[in-house]
Design a protein around this ligand. Structure first.
Ligand code: PLP
Length: 509
């Protein structure tokens, strides 16, 4: 048994909070390491100095000093996603107010299922969803109306789960006895662009539709769905006897941040009775900015939209809103009527969100974003987007002035830039040449270069940037999400790629 007293506990918690708080209010920046990259075995060794990693058969209770050292090791060896030179993923730069909002929710440790255990959180979730729905033009009670017991959607754990909800609701619209009878054998099709998120296949598999039901629709060169290709795909699958169940339109594809043409998708959905789901995980946050919201023109015609506020908006992971045009369908699909929890004769039971969700308990994810929104205001949220675009524009300028060192491969003009670094001897390089038989050997070498540049960044801890194949060659994508990113950071990252690229190219066989 631990010899720790309640007083010891309080002292330890205060010390740990102080250490973590330091990290939150003064995160690493500039030349501080973005990562101290270590192999798994080295990490195990690193923890040997404090509490060890394994829990063992008879895990001992450790004293405060060792626990504090363990927390310090976690901080030291983790990837610093708030560092402005972390641009590896479609999230970065957690808003410190949202971090505290997350702590607040954890401190109160409840589940968003019934009003009686989470009254404030039901009201907060309803208020946030009303405002998000208002921004997306989904209608509903309006941003100024008092919070409604039946908000226009729900918070759920991530875009992939949100898609499961959306597709189940779509099936329910086609087949109202779905919940009781199970899905009919009617073959259906779900359309998503070739650049859409891989979650579509997983959702189709899990719902028993099968991955064959997912039809990839061709895109333009930027990665946006081509409306003519969508119509052809719907016609071709109808000819095979498949009913168009849903179209997933992506607003902000993961790699190139392409925005599918929502009005054209909505027209096709209306014509064929298909459910229109917008995957706005990444790009829906453009709606916060009056200067950029037109990228989602037509979103108001969708049946559902998912919005990951933990991506561009700095809410901590995860913070995902699913907006619905017909939220009442949630009851038909997910109500269990469990009378031990959703007693019909209790006070304010009409607020209980748990009887219209798949999950029983849910995290109170709306809270952290609500708190950050209250601190930043609409203007602050818009500024976050506008700053990201401004920094991406600065990167465009540097790339444009690089005398061919950097060549944009796809640029949708928003918060990211997909580009190739070109060795000096190959400049100027026309990327189209890489697709020719004469360019194949060079393409292969360039393809092998990006992982080596990335490995140098990790080894030296100087930056983190994602790479992926685009048009058959590995290239980098610079994603700006973090309001702390400055022109110096952009120049530093591009300078690192240039330096590492030159050195690694010389070594590459
Ligand atoms: C465009 C897009 N859709 C969906 C997802 C999946 O969301 P989640 O990770 O929240 O399940 C992502 C990525 O992370 C994404 O970039």
């Amino acid at each position: 048994m631990s010899a720790m007293t309640a007083g010891d506990d309080a002292a330890l918690v205060e010390r740990l909070v102080a250490t973590i708080l330091d990290h939150v209010v003064d995160p690493p920046s500039g030349d501080d390491p973005v990562v101290r990259f270590a192999a798994p075995g080295d990490l195990v060794t690193a923890f040997d100095a404090s509490v060890g990693l394994a829990l063992g058969d008879d895990a001992p209770a450790h004293g405060a000093d060792r626990v504090e050292a363990a927390v310090a090791a976690v901080l030291h060896h983790s990837v610093q996603t708030t560092h402005p030179r972390f641009m590896n993923q479609n999230y970065a730069g957690a808003d410190p107010v949202a971090v505290v909002g997350d702590w607040l929710g954890a401190a109160l440790n409840t589940a968003s299922s019934t009003y009686e255990i989470a009254p404030v959180f039901h009201l907060v979730e309803s208020a946030v969803l009303a405002k998000l729905a208002h921004l997306a033009g989904f209608g509903g009670p309006g941003a100024d109306a008092p919070p409604s017991p039946f908000p226009p959607g729900l918070f759920c754990p991530g875009g992939s789960i949100a898609l499961l909800y959306a597709l189940q609701l779509a099936r329910h619209r086609r087949q109202p006895d779905l919940v009781r009878s199970g899905a009919t054998a009617e073959p259906v099709a779900v359309f998503v662009s070739a650049s859409g998120h891989y979650g579509a296949g997983k959702a189709a598999a899990l719902l028993g539709l099968g991955t064959d039901a997912v039809v990839e629709v061709a895109t333009d060169a930027d990665g946006a769905m081509r409306p003519d290709a969508l119509r052809e795909a719907i016609a071709a699958s109808a000819a095979e006897g498949r009913t168009p169940l849903a179209v997933i339109a992506t607003s902000g594809t993961t790699v190139t941040c392409a925005f599918d043409p929502l009005d054209a998708v909505a027209d096709a959905c209306a014509e064929h009775g298909a459910w229109m789901h917008v995957d706005g995980c990444y790009g829906a946050s453009a709606l916060f900015s009056p200067d950029h919201r037109q990228r989602l023109a037509g979103v108001e015609r969708a049946d559902s939209m998912v919005w990951n506020l933990h991506k561009m908006m700095g809410a901590t992971q995860q913070c995902t809103a699913l907006l619905l045009r017909e939220p009442e369908r949630l009851v038909a699909c997910f109500s269990s009527g469990a009378d031990y929890l959703f007693q019909p004769d209790k006070q304010f039971g009409e607020w209980d969100s748990g009887d219209r969700t798949y999950q029983c308990g849910r995290r109170v994810d709306a809270l952290k974003f609500w708190l950050a929104w209250k601190v930043r205001g609409d203007a602050g949220l818009a500024a976050r987007i506008d700053h990201a675009v401004a920094m991406a524009d600065f990167a465009r300028m540097v790339v444009g002035a690089s005398d061919g060192a950097f060549v944009p491969l796809v640029d949708t003009g928003f918060t990211n830039l997909v580009f190739l670094w070109v060795p000096e001897a190959l400049r100027p390089l026309d990327p189209a040449w890489l697709a020719t038989p004469e360019g194949a050997a060079t393409r292969d070498r360039l393809h092998r270069l990006a992982p080596r540049i990335k490995a140098r960044m990790q080894r030296e801890g100087t930056a983190m940037l994602g790479y992926q194949p685009v048009h058959g060659v590995n290239c980098f994508r610079l994603l700006v999400m973090n309001p702390a990113v400055s022109p110096d950071d952009v120049e530093a990252i591009l300078g690192l790629i240039d330096r590492y690229g030159t050195e690694e190219w010389a070594d590459l066989d």
